[in-house]
Design a protein around this ligand. Structure first.
Ligand code: BJ8
Length: 425
């Protein structure tokens, strides 16, 4: 049944109400089974539960209120799109990556079937009219990362107002110059869209907001190095997911309050599972809401996830932006430097990712790495093979999993993950 409080808003957004109701029904059930069944959750997670219960309600209403005040909403799919510029233009920046199968059938009408589930999901959400975030966007920003995404944007761009950033595939000086020109082109696009001139003052203020959010998430992730871990991997992943669409200032305050609780827990040597529970580092493709399948399987197999080496995780927050430059040129350079440190598998070579996984595993005292690849994702499939070799040398066990958003392989995955957890125990 459509939530009467928001029915009018969803109708105005042209959602397919029965299909949208069905999606919310499944999401609610799934959340209950995976999240509310956990024991020993921190009090601060109530905020995240609330945000999630209102993900298509209150938050979307806030977007409509912002639009009524004249602000624009910008949707993105990749952590390479500088949120700082969006905020400096007075716009709202939301992540549109999707983690559910709903809409896949529709997406396959315009995409090859052997496309990764993440791409099919965001295209399917639009075609099936079930995502109020996509429908709220005044601009959708794509990027030329993997082949699947960049080709999908050609078809997707016929359905939504799009701007595609050209991202380099290497980190040479020429690549840096290309990326810098694309950052400037995005700034100009935003200025045209919003009618707001991005000044150094506005950009520095936006950098401070985004840096504060990243610092809160860094603090959260660092606390997970404690044994026992003060928070489950499922809850931590949820926090990283919500970071992409919640109001950044409100979100940062909530996460810092949660970290205060975590510090108390760590001080008391308490955690979500007993000390000595096998510790897993997740690594690989991003897990967008509501893709909680593998974390659920892992933690119900007797392990605890202590980190996410992923864009919905550490890759999004590892680096801060230097806010000290006074003029626009210097600030743009700082953005370019910060964003080019991202170690996405779309880059070649991408050796820094290997080193980053090893150091994360060491810092978080992980007993093993679970590499998560979405089926048909070439960049991460290639790097899984390399990473396994690197980790073997370091004597860190790794299990590579390839899957999609369907539930059909749950039992098979559970068997493999349970065997891995037993092995590292
Ligand atoms: S910076 S990881 S968010 S591109 S899973 S769509 S790579 S076929 S998501 Fe990504 Fe930016 Fe890189 Fe991060 Fe393609 Fe692979 Fe699908 Fe992927």
């Amino acid at each position: 049944m459509t939530d009467a409080r928001y029915a009018e808003m969803w109708e105005k957004l042209n959602l397919d109400l029965p299909a949208h109701d069905a999606l919310l029904g499944v999401l609610g059930q799934f959340y209950g089974d995976i999240y509310m069944s956990q024991e020993g959750r921190l009090k601060g997670m109530e905020y995240l539960d609330f945000v999630l219960s209102e993900v298509h309600g209150l938050r979307v209403q806030e977007l409509q209120e912002a639009k009524a005040r004249g602000a624009k909403v910008v949707g993105t799919f990749c952590v390479f799109v500088p949120e700082e510029l969006t905020l400096a233009a007075g716009a709202v920046h939301v992540g549109l990556c999707a983690g559910a199968e709903a809409g896949t059938e529709e997406a396959e009408k315009i995409l090859p079937r052997n496309t990764c589930a993440l791409i099919k999901s965001f295209v399917g959400f639009k075609m099936a009219r079930i995502c109020p975030f996509t429908e709220s966007c005044d601009l959708v920003v794509g990027e030329t990362t993997c082949d699947g995404k960049k080709k999908a944007y050609e078809a997707f761009g016929e359905l939504v107002p799009m701007h595609v950033m050209e991202l380099p595939q290497t980190k040479t000086d020429a690549a840096r110059a290309l990326f810098r020109s694309e950052v400037i082109r995005y700034k100009e696009k935003l200025e045209t869209l919003t009618g707001v001139a991005i000044t150094p003052e506005k950009l520095r203020a936006a950098m401070a907001t985004v840096n504060a959010k990243r610092k809160a998430l860094q603090r959260l992730d660092a606390l997970r190095s404690a044994d026992p871990s003060p928070i489950s991997g499922r809850d931590a992943l949820l926090i990283h997911q919500v970071a992409f669409y919640d109001d950044p200032v409100r979100f940062t305050a909530s996460i810092n309050a949660l970290c205060d609780q975590m510090e108390v827990r760590v001080g008391a040597k308490e955690g979500v599972s007993p000390k000595g529970t096998p510790r897993i580092l997740l690594s690989g493709c991003p897990m967008a809401v509501p893709n909680w399948k593998l974390p659920y399987i892992t933690e119900s197999s007797g392990a605890v996830i202590v980190g996410e080496e992923s864009c919905i995780g550490t890759r999004n927050i590892r680096d801060l932006t230097d806010e000290s430059a006074q003029d626009m040129d210097g600030l743009i350079d700082a953005l370019v430097d910060r964003y080019l440190r991202i170690d996405c598998a779309c880059f070649t070579p991408n050796t820094e990712r290997m080193a980053n996984v090893v150091s994360m595993a060491r810092e978080l005292k992980a007993d093993g790495v679970l590499h998560y690849g979405l089926m048909f994702c070439q960049p991460y499939a290639h790097e899984a093979i390399k990473l396994e070799k690197v980790l073997r040398k370091e004597e860190i066990p790794m299990l590579a999993i390839e899957t999609d958003y369907s539930m059909e392989d749950m039992e098979q995955l559970k068997t493999r993950v349970e065997a891995f957890v037993e092995m590292i125990r």
